[in-house]
Write a protein that binds this ligand. Structure first.
Ligand SMILES: C[S@@+](CC[C@H](N)C(=O)[O-])C[C@H]1O[C@@H](n2cnc3c(N)ncnc32)[C@H](O)[C@@H]1O
Length: 347
């Protein structure tokens, strides 16, 4: 294939853009650590000057000024009158509103604190393919992952699940719900609150996550209606669940364990039940640059050394079919996630 005619400068600028990306993450992290996005969000349209950010905490003004100018240059802040700047459009939700489905700050924090150290091991890992599983990453990691998925949980509990007729009817009518791979229980708690008649449970195999999940359920006062099971031992009653979800879980299950897990889900589901999977879908080679696949490609890259393999659409279909489940709907959520709704075949 002849080399495409791309200007040299364009390629150089691409790389500068990637280098800047790391700097932007650090700029955001500093602003978040110092609580600046919260105060900028509170200031709204009027904006704030560097002095307003520095003075309340007695900070070093020359550095704060450089941060502030850089944030304007990189379009996190927009200048307004009198030397003030406000958050650029939508950045209040993205950086300053925990619980908002668009709140992406935890992803920035997890990238710097948890993904970056793993990425730094890639050169060594190429030699021997050594892996360090999700479960070997410990307590703070489980909590950070729970934070990164909280926005997705809000979207699913309040928009996506109520939008699936069979799911809404079952959960509004006192049905049973299971979040498979529940992590620290953020989602099962949101579902229990969104559907007050439902009986809910979560299961996971990660001890650090399970411990935090149990504490979170107790703290939310939902012990009566939300159970957390240790998936290393728990099997559950066959045909006892109306709705099972897997949020960012399928790609985390070792490839040789996937059939077993999906068989388990099928056994737990009632014949009228639904399995809802939210995950990434790895593209076929021809689609590696498709924007819909951007998160899948990135996830596969940064989770490679956790032993994770992001399945393609064909692999998802084969796995579900093998378990006696058929995909009744496949959709793209937010331009990057895949939602699969599956039902017992022929039911
Ligand atoms: C990326 S985390 C997502 C956690 C949670 N669903 C969320 O949205 O925050 C993936 C989770 O799947 C769990 N997991 C992996 N394999 C599992 C299995 N066989 N059974 C139950 N949980 C599993 C992991 O321990 C981890 O907590």
């Amino acid at each position: 294939m002849p080399a495409p005619d791309v200007p040299f400068e364009a390629q150089i600028n691409k790389l500068w853009g990637h280098i800047r990306g790391l700097h932007v993450l650090h700029l955001i992290r500093t602003g978040a650590d110092l609580g600046w996005f919260r105060v900028l969000a509170e200031a709204g349209e009027r904006g704030l000057a560097p002095e307003d950010l520095a003075a309340p905490q007695g900070l070093h003004l020359p550095f704060v000024r450089i941060w502030w100018k850089t944030a304007i240059a990189w379009e996190i802040l927009d200048p307004v009158d009198d030397g003030r700047a406000r958050l650029a459009p939508h950045f209040d939700a993205i950086l300053a509103k925990p619980g908002d489905p668009r709140f992406l700050l935890p992803y920035v924090v997890a990238t710097l604190d948890h993904f970056q150290p793993d990425l730094a091991t890639h050169t060594e890992a190429m030699a021997d393919g050594a892996i360090r599983t999700f479960q070997e990453h410990g307590h703070a990691f489980a909590a950070a992952i729970g934070d990164t998925t909280a926005g997705l949980h809000a979207l699913m509990a309040h928009r996506l699940l109520p939008g699936i007729d069979e799911v809404r009817v079952a959960l509004e009518g006192g049905g049973t719900f299971l979040d498979y791979g529940c992590g620290v229980a953020g989602f099962v708690i949101q579902v229990a609150k969104a559907f007050p008649e439902s009986r809910c449970a979560g299961t996971d195999i990660h001890q650090d996550g399970l411990e935090q999940a149990r504490r979170a359920v107790a703290a939310s006062g939902l012990n009566e209606r939300v159970a957390i099971h240790d998936g290393n031992a728990w099997q559950g009653e066959p045909a006892s669940v109306d709705v099972i979800t897997m949020v960012e879980v399928l790609h985390e299950i070792p490839v040789d364990a996937r059939a077993h897990v999906l068989d388990h889900c099928r056994r737990l589901l009632r014949d009228s039940g639904r399995l809802v999977i939210l995950d990434e879908t790895y593209p076929e080679d021809a689609d590696l640059r498709n924007p819909d696949a951007a998160l899948a490609v990135q996830t596969q890259f940064n989770e490679m050394t956790w032993g994770n393999v992001v399945p393609t659409a064909r692999q998802q279909e084969a796995l579900l079919a093998h378990a006696g489940l058929e995909i009744i709907d496949r959709s793209t959520i937010g331009g990057i996630f895949t939602q699969l709704i599956a039902a017992p075949r022929g039911k």
